[in-house]
Design a protein around this ligand. Structure first.
Ligand SMILES: CSC[C@H]1O[C@H](OP(=O)(O)O)[C@H](O)[C@@H]1O
Length: 254
């Protein structure tokens, strides 16, 4: 692998509509080939708030890779090989709970995996060790604490905790599926939270998810019959992103 010796202070995996963070100062791009194949696209490495930051677009730079086709293993292995230990995943999500409406920022502390058929472990090559990592707290408590502290310091309203339900996609959910997820205890729904979080744990990375609420999940909003449009999703993500660069700057300063 084309690994770099220099350390990265923070790696950001950007999701739907959050590509502006790729504009790092003095950025260099690398696309290491990993034992799992290539990552979704180039990893941009540059300076942000005086620190070395890497940015990888989860769905590829042209947003052409659907959630179930993302090479999650290659993405995480590439970031680690380039020197990242701390990974903040930005995930566009639908809000299920009443306090998770469009444009809210949420830092979940739990997840439920409803995906299927995705390669979800590094421990499946013939002869490799079977991995049973602890996953009771699926997101790094220490990174979550730091993100919350950063948000508190600059007065950004960030919801501390919540359960992310990872669905298969790429279609959105039915109202019945969201009602079931609500009964299960999910506050948010997205399609990319798993296996990304589990693989990050297998690699020993400090990984947390920042959920950017783009829409009410199917049937969860004030008008339960309202359809979800991509226009609404992108408008809300763009609006919610006004707080994210400042949050990351503060996080990097801690
Ligand atoms: C209606 S947009 C769905 C799309 O957005 C989320 O992606 P990401 O987590 O990478 O921001 C969701 O998981 C879907 O992939």
């Amino acid at each position: 692998m084309n690994a770099s010796a220099s350390t990265i202070d923070l790696a950001i995996i950007g999701g739907t509509g959050v590509y502006e963070l790729a504009e790092l100062a003095d950025a260099d791009t690398q696309q290491p080939l990993t034992p799992y194949g290539p990552p979704s696209g180039p990893v941009r490495i540059g300076r942000y708030a005086g620190k070395r930051v890497a940015f990888l677009a989860r769905h590829g730079e042209g947003h052409s890779i659907p959630p179930h086709r993302i090479n999650y293993r290659a993405n995480l292995a590439a970031l680690q090989a380039l020197g990242a230990q701390t990974v903040l995943a930005l995930n566009t999500v639908g809000g299920i709970s009443a306090h998770c409406g469009p444009r809210a920022l949420v830092l979940p502390d739990q997840l439920i995996d409803y995906t299927w058929g995705r390669i979800s472990t590094f421990g499946e090559a013939p002869g490799s060790e079977v991995l049973h990592v602890d996953f009771g707290d699926p997101y790094s408590p220490s990174l979550r604490r730091r993100v919350l502290e950063a948000a508190g310091m600059i007065g950004i309203d960030l919801m501390a905790g919540g359960c992310y339900g990872a669905t298969q996609g790429p279609r959105l959910e039915t109202r019945a599926e969201i009602a079931r997820m609500k009964r299960d205890g999910c506050d948010l729904v997205g399609m990319t939270g798993m296996p990304e979080a589990g693989l990050a744990r297998e690699l020993g990375l400090d990984y947390a998810c920042l959920g950017i609420v783009a829409n009410w999940a199917a049937g969860a909003g004030p008008d339960p019959d309202e359809a979800i449009t991509m226009e609404e999703v992108l408008t809300n993500v763009r609006a919610a992103m006004d707080r994210v660069p400042r949050l990351i700057e503060r996080l990097l300063a801690l």
